[in-house]
Design a protein around this ligand. Structure first.
Ligand code: NMX
Ligand code: MLT
Length: 426
């Protein structure tokens, strides 16, 4: 049964040749201009990063290795990780092999639980999750390989080993944090017969006998897997890993970026917003009341969470997938109904305000409604779910960057005076 290393050993030389030829033949071609406003605009639109795991098209959304995300919603997360890494979906034996590799590496070192238990009881679950990963840095195979003098063309192999070791443990760590942080009782042991997403659903201990909950969790983990290379978490992970800090350092760093309210924390903020409105009106308010709430939020200088995007200019297909799942399984749910009403009202309000370049919902807009339906009311936990999934993308991107032997990332910064000189024609 071929494993991931064998497949990648076949593909990497071709990818390297393709890139080497491109750079040697066209290395001096200009591929993107930088406008002065982009320097002050979060580098939005500046094309200077390589990422082959996925692409985000402003008018189409996430495309994983050439496949639109809405065509991947029937897949399980293990298939997606394989796809991100290799560019192909696994056949049955390859999938079974990857699942076996996860099982072999799934045991969480006991010291991780000790570290988590000594943390203040009101620590944010994202701090616990990021710290749990960082605390395992001593396990890094990359670090051992590097210290023993492994050569640059082989860095990807121990990076892949770290990726598998981290991913294999995430469901148990994330579920353990949920149960510990929110007093849900003892941790539920892993069931090695279950798949990665099914096991996560099982260890959370919610809706245990409802197979639809496990399907929802698999969908959740598929939809958040990756979003090309420039988003805060992926880019942070990429930069840290480019210094040859191993994946434990790099993933933890990336997740610290995911924990920001303009990025992954928006899912927590979004459900908070929805529940606040429901509470204030003792149910789903009418359209006019919702419009007023939205304006009040904007006028107080806050953003409407779950709307707008740095790249997307249409309704996020991941939002569509979640919405359809919810409408198929529990369309009478009040939270989902309000999310749906917001979908029909917020874009109009944002258009009228005229600031946001995209008034459409992003992935974070609907995900909380689904979790809430299954009894996960602790919205502070939601970004951890995003993090479990996004780690697949960060890891796949890092393995490929090391396989392509990319150098340390180090763009040039400039001073305001230099910018002034450029525009004065001096
Ligand atoms: N509500 C209110 N104002 C908004 C929103 C929104 N949802 N989206 C953008 N704007 C504002 C933005 O704050 C900026 O205002 P100002 O000029 O005063 O600074 C202006 O519109 C232009 O911003 P854009 O160029 O449209 O957006 P940008 O690329 O800078 O930022 C986000 C993208 C996603 C950070 C932004 O749309 C936002 O803050 N959305 C709400 C938070 C959110 O849902 N984040 C999750 C993103 C997805 N993810 O999971 O990571
Ligand atoms: C997302 O999943 O929408 C993000 O990672 C944000 C982005 O792509 O900028």
């Amino acid at each position: 049964m071929p494993n991931l290393r064998v497949i990648l050993r076949e593909k990497i030389p071709e990818w390297r040749t393709e890139l080497r030829e491109l750079v040697s033949e066209h290395g001096e071609n200009t591929i993107s201009d930088v406008k002065l406003r982009q320097v002050f605009g979060g580098l939005r639109g500046v094309k200077g990063l390589l990422c082959n795991t996925s692409l985000v098209e402003p008018e189409k959304g996430l495309i994983v290795r050439g496949i639109p995300i809405l065509e991947l919603t029937d897949k399980i997360p293990e298939e997606i990780f394989y796809l991100l890494l290799t560019g192909e979906l696994p056949d049955e034996p390859a999938l079974a092999r990857l699942q076996a590799e996860y099982n072999e590496r799934a045991e969480v070192p006991p010291y991780v639980w000790d570290v988590l238990e000594t943390m203040p009881k009101n620590s944010h679950p994202m701090v616990m999750f990021s710290l749990a990963i960082l605390s395992m840095q001593r396990e890094s195979r990359f670090k051992i390989a590097y210290d023993s003098g492994v050569k640059k063309p082989n860095y990807w192999e121990s990076t892949l080993e770290d990726a598998l070791c981290i991913l294999a443990k995430l469901p148990e760590i994330a579920a353990g944090i949920y149960r510990m942080r929110f007093n849900k009782g003892p941790r539920i042991p892993r069931n090695p017969k279950l798949d990665w997403g099914g096991n996560f659903a099982h260890m959370l201990g919610l809706s245990e006998n409802d197979p639809v909950f496990a399907d929802m969790m698999r969908l959740y983990l598929v939809l958040h897997c990756d979003h090309e290379g420039g988003n805060v978490s992926a880019f942070t992970c990429h930069v840290v890993n480019s210094a040859l800090s191993d994946l434990y350092y790099s993933v933890s760093a990336g997740l610290n970026g995911l924990a920001g309210p303009l990025h992954g924390l928006a899912n927590q903020e979004c459900l908070k917003f929805v529940l606040w409105i429901l509470n204030r009106f003792s149910g789903v308010p009418d359209d006019e009341q919702i419009r007023e709430e939205c304006w009040e939020t904007l006028e107080s200088g806050r953003v409407i969470p779950g709307y707008g995007h740095a790249v997307l200019r249409v309704t996020d297909p991941r939002f569509t997938a979640f919405r359809e799942f919810g409408l198929e399984h529990f369309k009478e749910d009040e939270v989902l109904q309000l999310v749906d009403k917001l979908f029909s009202i917020v874009p109009g309000v944002l258009k009228e305000q005229g600031k946001a370049k995209s008034p459409w919902p992003n992935v974070d807009s609907c995900s909380g409604a689904l979790l809430h339906h299954y009894g996960m009311n602790e919205f502070e936990y939601y970004t951890v779910l995003f993090a479990v999934s996004r780690t697949m993308g960060m890891c796949a991107q890092a393995v490929i960057s090391r396989a392509m032997m990319e150098p340390i990332t180090r763009p040039k910064s400039v001073e305001t005076g230099w910018l002034k000189e450029q525009v004065s024609g001096n």
